[in-house]
Design a protein around this ligand. Structure first.
Ligand SMILES: NC(=O)c1ccc[n+]([C@@H]2O[C@H](COP(=O)([O-])OP(=O)(O)OC[C@H]3O[C@@H](n4cnc5c(N)ncnc54)[C@H](O)[C@@H]3O)[C@@H](O)[C@H]2O)c1
Length: 356
């Protein structure tokens, strides 16, 4: 008999913490949150559910098969939702090893632990169990200006060590379905933005630099195109895939919102001009810098499958989502200072030791 609980990996990171907060609010069933608390994981993101006994945080590594096995045996979850990863392309260029370790080896160890648990379940728990693997559109490579958007049948062509490590994890997850019958569902999502995103990523970096009157570094000519999705929409897509998705299927998730980087930065500046007129015009801070090596030109997502099969579509428009996001960062300057200064990391060690 499995319980009503789910295990979430990486639930102290950007998307994972939004997912956990929304899960507790919407679904109300227990969440075991396994996160290693790398630089990208922050328990402060989960302050809103501190003391809620439906949430249990466990500090640990997805590659620790023994720990994961023990959590599975103890909590008998009905699903594992796998967000944990090294996620920043620039870091993967400077240090790809961590990406292979967490995204490939970590996902493999996690899959092995889950396979051991799942194969010991009896029906209906075995049949109802789900492993939801959260991935990215970056596995598909780069598009030309007039190419059709990525669909679930687009061949994989990852270009950065990050994308390659995520592609490898997708292949492992797929193989566990085909070889062992593990009920795996994979989602490949476009660029997310919203509250709690670590300030190394484009949108929060631009907001925080602009507020501090620092340059706004834009790679190359700024014309690289990404599809942007508000994080709550992504979290809802994952919940839909978990509930209604077909085991073995993959679903592309996107926001129908293709923008060049320079458009994104200028929109952030325009919102700040309204909210912080003192620094206006913030676009004077835009500084074009040497391009990222191997920088993919364009990503675009065809999200027709998840719309027609599962009834999911994004709710938030880019303009309104971005306005909310800028507002959130302005209201949470202390959060941003803490996660970047290292002060928060010392506080974690002091308060939480190895496990809480
Ligand atoms: N951010 C995006 O735009 C985006 C888009 C599509 C898909 N994704 C995918 O969504 C997932 C979450 O992305 P994010 O932006 O929230 O990432 P993030 O970097 O903000 O968070 C990652 C979390 O995983 C944890 N973690 C890292 N290594 C771990 C390990 N070995 N064991 C346990 N926990 C570990 C970190 O502490 C952190 O809390 C990733 O799998 C990413 O590939 C992200």
């Amino acid at each position: 008999m499995s319980s009503n609980a789910i295990i979430v990996t990486g639930g102290a990171g950007f998307i994972g913490s939004n997912f956990v907060l929304e899960w507790i609010a919407a679904e109300k069933s227990p969440v075991i949150n396994l996160d290693k608390l790398t630089y990208a994981g922050n328990l402060e993101n989960l302050a809103g559910i501190k003391g809620d006994n439906r949430h249990r945080f466990v500090k640990g590594d997805i590659a620790d098969r023994e720990l994961v096995g023990a959590l599975l045996r103890e909590h008998q979850p009905r699903a594992v939702v796998h967000f944990a990863a090294e996620s920043h392309v620039d870091r993967s260029i400077h240090g790809p090893g961590e990406f292979v370790q967490t995204n490939v080896v970590g996902t493999f160890e996690l899959l092995e632990a889950v396979r051991g648990y799942w194969s010991g379940l009896a029906d209906p728990a075995r049949n109802d169990f789900r492993f939801l693997h959260v991935s990215t559109d970056e596995v598909y490579g780069s598009l030309g200006p007039n190419d059709p958007a990525f669909s679930e049948t687009t061949p994989y062509a990852p270009n950065s060590p990050y994308a390659a490590s995520k592609a490898a994890s997708d292949h492992l997850a797929r193989s566990y379905h085909h070889t062992y019958g593990l009920p795996v569902i994979t989602t490949n999502c476009s660029n997310n933005y919203g509250p709690y995103q670590f300030p190394e990523k484009l949108i929060p970096l631009m907001i925080l630099n602009a507020v501090k009157d620092k340059p706004l570094p834009v790679y190359g000519d700024g014309r690289n195109v990404r599809d942007w999705l508000y994080v709550s929409d992504h979290c809802e897509a994952v919940r839909f895939a978990l509930k209604r998705g077909r085991p073995g299927a993959t679903y592309n998730v996107g926001g129908n919102s293709e923008k060049t980087n320079v458009e994104v930065v200028k929109t952030v500046c325009a919102i700040l001009d309204e909210l912080r007129p003192d620094g206006a015009p913030h676009a004077r801070l835009v500084a074009f810098v040497a391009d990222r090596p191997g920088h993919d030109r364009r990503y675009a997502i065809n999200a027709e499958r998840i719309r027609s099969e599962l009834g999911w579509a994004p709710r938030e428009r880019f303009e309104t989502g971005l306005r909310k996001t800028v507002g959130w960062y302005l209201d949470h300057m202390k959060w941003a200072d803490n996660v970047t200064s290292g002060e928060y990391r010392n506080w974690i060690d002091l308060n939480y030791g190895t496990r809480t």
